[in-house]
Design a binder for this molecule. Structure first.
Ligand code: ZN
Length: 324
């Protein structure tokens, strides 16, 4: 059976910009796997830190990246995305079987000027989604450090410019992504935004106590707003022990889907793979393994209607409610 799979997060653009080939998101394999696209992150990289190999871990927040430098690199990342064989999304009608449609997503808003003077220019160039922070501080908010076990309550919330950014995104119809924000930032956005709340690639803190994951209280806020959370396939955010073990079975992804359905209902659950940005279960491998994940959901009792909501309908509903 053909499906339509829309995904909340991948880092293919960064790998391509670095001259690296895809680890997970081989675009030539996308169509056969029913992958119709989703959020393509433009992420201005911080200096690499070694992946934590021991539990507990607590990686300090990396230093800020100055706006001018971030704007230059983000421009190169956008050009890299534009050179990929993908269609850029301007409305949900752009998603169609047999092609890959990319939502231009800034993961960390350093490239946006503090006075927001270039935000509309970015919109005109196709920007339709923005994570206020990656896991570092910037002119708008702070971001959550990578730590396990840890809550996300690690620092301050939105700055004045950050609050202005949320209002401007609401006005323009740019999705505001809560993944990588800390606790205070999450609740500041929840209190301000008039759009459905979205975390594009975050898992359940009740099942894996990583700082990046969301508590049940946060999940209920997403549900009450009509929003959606993309389940992240990164093994360190899936497993109860937080270990980076590629032998993690697909049932660990299903476990987070089940928890989300129990906490929020099936209308608020989607995929947020983190392909090409994280270690995912080797049983999945990459985009070609998506049908195996859908089979695992089916085996766990999800019917075709529920699977369609998780694979694409929930994303399309939220994008339609957010975009202008
Ligand atoms: Zn991320």
């Amino acid at each position: 059976m053909r499906r339509v799979i829309i995904d909340g997060h991948n880092d293919l653009v960064l790998r391509t910009w670095r001259g690296e080939s895809a680890l997970h998101l081989d675009l030539t394999a996308a169509s056969a796997a029913d992958f119709a696209g989703g959020f393509f992150a433009l992420y201005v990289p911080s200096p690499a830190h070694p992946d934590p190999t021991e539990i507990p871990y607590a990686v300090p927040l990396p230093p800020r990246i100055p706006h001018a430098e971030a704007a230059r690199i983000a421009g190169e990342l956008l050009a890299t995305l534009c050179a990929l064989p993908v269609h850029r999304a301007r409305s949900t009608a752009d998603f169609a079987p047999g092609r890959v449609t990319a939502i231009v997503h800034l993961e960390g808003a350093e490239a946006i000027a503090e006075d927001l003077s270039n935000l509309e220019d970015w919109y005109d160039q196709g920007l339709r989604s923005l994570g206020i922070t990656w896991s570092r501080p910037n002119q708008f908010a702070e971001g959550v450090p990578f730590a396990f076990p840890s809550s996300s309550d690690t620092g301050g919330g939105l700055t004045r410019a950050g609050r202005d950014l949320v209002r401007a995104c609401n006005r323009l119809g740019i999705l505001v992504d809560l993944s990588h924000l800390n606790w205070a930032g999450f609740w500041d956005v929840a209190g301000l935004s008039v759009a459905p709340l979205v975390a594009t690639h975050s898992n359940a803190h009740a099942l894996c106590a990583a700082s990046r994951n969301l508590t049940d209280e946060q999940l209920r806020a997403v549900r009450d707003s009509g929003g959606v959370v993309g389940v992240n396939f990164a093994v360190t955010f899936l497993r109860a022990d937080g270990l980076e073990d590629p032998g993690t079975p697909l049932t660990e992804i299903v476990r987070h889907v089940d928890h989300y359905v129990a906490q929020m209902g099936i209308d608020h659950v989607a995929f947020g793979s983190d392909f090409d940005g994280a270690v995912v279960p080797s049983a999945l491998g990459g985009v070609a393994g998506l049908p195996k994940l859908v089979e695992a959901l089916s085996a766990a009792g999800y019917d075709d209607d529920g699977i369609a909501k998780i694979t694409h309908r929930n994303w399309l509903r939220v994008l339609d409610a957010t975009w202008r």
